[in-house]
Design a protein around this ligand. Structure first.
Ligand code: PTJ
Length: 250
């Protein structure tokens, strides 16, 4: 049933059903954390309030994020279970455009999940014929200030990068990365989350929409210049106002 609906682009809930279907497939492959669907459901609820569209403040944040990634000395894209399930191809395409590595870095870390996620990414990389370095298999460093397996990372990847994109990130790790002096770019539909507040730049928009926008902008406009007047708190307040506006409009 879901297969049929997810395969029919004329269905009014096509985009949403497709994302759920991708999560179902990823769950069967052992890629997801037990709480992955809870996290997705929370994201869906915020996306409803947003009107399932990219707002002008989200687009401003997307452009600022892209500019910082393009101008970084060592940019890096971090990928977790949900991100690999929902937008693996887009992450790979963006990494190829930026000529930067991707690192698998998961919150609920197990060897089995790491293997399943890395296998999925490497398979999609092969199918798409992209030349992207995929890190995470051989962690040799730790993110300072974090305890447990979620601190594991690669020195040539997350430890040494200067600009990092961490979609759907947890608050602790976001704070730890900021404390390392990195420019931390979060994609999170919840403008009130700790990650959203603590990041250097937060895009309050749905993951696959953000990545599609970034790829299109990079292809059409080339390298962007960051705005010197970019205001993180103002962008978050505008995201929240967009949700409240939709709500009061009924
Ligand atoms: O694969 P792992 O082990 O790294 O775990 C990944 C999850 C996402 C399960 C883990 O990081 C987690 O529990 O995340 P949280 O704390 O639930 O935060 C996820 C945030 O992402 C929430 O604020 C959601 O609103 C938001 N979110 C969920 N789906 C999307 C999203 N934001 C943008 N696009 C989405 N598709």
């Amino acid at each position: 049933m879901v297969d049929e609906i997810a395969a029919d682009p004329s269905h009014p809930r096509y985009a949403s059903l497709l994302m759920r279907h991708r999560l179902e497939i990823a769950a069967k492959k052992g890629m997801l954390a037990d709480s992955a669907l809870i996290a997705h459901g929370r994201g869906e609820a915020f996306d409803y309030l947003l009107g399932e569209r990219t707002t002008s403040s989200a687009m401003a944040a997307t452009r600022q994020a892209l500019a910082c990634l393009q101008r970084g000395k060592k940019p890096l894209l971090s990928i977790n279970g949900n991100v690999a399930a929902l937008a693996c191809d887009e992450m790979l395409k963006l990494a190829e455009i930026l000529r930067c590595p991707i690192e698998v870095n998961i919150f609920y870390r197990t060897e089995r999940r790491m293997e399943a996620i890395l296998a999925h990414i490497n398979e999609r990389k092969r199918v798409l014929g992209l030349d992207v370095t995929v890190l995470g298999e051989h962690p040799d460093a730790r993110i300072p200030g974090l305890k447990g397996p979620r601190a594991s990372c690669e020195k040539r990847g997350i430890l040494d990068c200067d600009v990092i994109l961490v979609p759907l990130e947890d608050g602790d790790r976001c704070e730890a990365l900021v404390a390392m002096g990195k420019t931390v770019i979060v994609i999170d539909l919840n403008p009130l989350s700790r990650s959203s507040k603590k990041a250097s730049i937060t895009v309050v928009d749905e993951l696959s929409r953000v990545l599609t926008n970034m790829i299109a902008i990079a292809e059409e406009e080339g390298v962007l210049a960051p705005s010197p007047t970019y205001d993180h708190d103002k962008i978050l307040a505008q995201a929240l106002a967009s949700m409240m506006g939709n709500f009061t409009e009924g």
